[in-house]
Design a protein around this ligand. Structure first.
Ligand SMILES: [Zn+2]
Ligand SMILES: [Zn+2]
Length: 57
């Protein structure tokens, strides 16, 4: 799943040149390490958002 689209139907495909591109074509990463980092940052953001939302209740 693309961490930027946050759409389970948007899959990330590795290109023959090593680039990763999401299926709608809006996002791309030059290599899998940068993609992994984007996923990690994205999941941290989600956790932080949920945490803030919980606190505000
Ligand atoms: Zn995307
Ligand atoms: Zn997409």
């Amino acid at each position: 799943m693309c961490p930027m689209c946050k759409d389970p139907k948007c899959l990330v495909n590795e290109q023959p040149d090593g680039k990763l591109v999401c299926s709608c074509g809006k996002h791309s990463w030059p290599n899998s390490a940068i993609y992994a980092e984007a996923c990690r940052k994205s999941s941290l953001t989600v956790v932080k958002t949920v945490h803030n939302w919980t606190q505000s209740l």
